[in-house]
Design a protein. Sequence first.
Length: 320
Amino acid sequence: MFGKFLYIFIFYTMFMGAAQSQISERNYNVIVPFAAGNAVDITARIYADQFKKEQELSVIVLNKPGVSGLIAADYMLKLKDDSNLLFAPSSSIFKYTATVKPDAFKYIDFKKDFTVLDVFNETPLVLVTKKDKYKSFDDFSKKIKTIDYVKIGVLTIGSPTHLAALEVSDLLKIKVSPILYTNQSQVIIDTANDLLDYSFAPLASALPLIEGNKVDALMIYSEEKSILLPNVEVSGKYNIEPTIPFLNWIVINSSMSDTAKNKIKSITYKIKQNNDVQSKIIQTGSKIYKNMSDDELRNFINTSILKYNAIVERHGLVVQ
């Protein structure tokens, strides 16, 4: 009898040990719908680094750029477990991606398939103009009235930079021609978790556009401005005008279990309250968004969606 119980005890211990090992070695994936070095990617890596410290688990940042977030969404839906987060800007899952999709992505239903777990941070988008061409934003606003189509450099069609440029066009009552500055050079990341080691390639590609007067202005993330400042003395050479902010959302599969959901939400709350993380986010020119109750979060998300969808509808955006 004793031998039987001993056998059961040993088997149980081995089983539990294997289960614990499986859990401890499990990878969490933070999926980013942009290339490495993008402003969203920078913040996602700060989040992922702290997530790893909180849980002592392996956390991998996966960059899945393309089709205004649909490549990342498609990839995430095909992963059938509870260890995946989509770190997405607040323009990546709105009406234009939800209703006007290439055939390969028609199966994606954002309202059904995904849930916004939390709003992580808020980053201003800034309009950059050359001071030798426009003395100020007001001067820019007056002079461009005579231009049929104002050329504004943006990251991609449908990106927060593009939507911000369209809001500027509505504000100033002008027509905007977006000029893309993405995917024109290579990104180098020496240390993935060190913000200062980023060489932001799309922005490096954007500078020749404005320097060569190929665009009238650039729309960039505030994070990018903080990287740009030490290198090209932006403060003395350019006008910097804040426009609408964009939000980084932490998005999960709607099928995620309540246990996993609550665990990730609890970790995210801790991360947002971490002083070191707050300092790093402030360094980028952004700010951590406050923790909200479920009702506050739901109302905030709905308001944000309505705001961005209004821009989408006015300009008839389609996915390129």
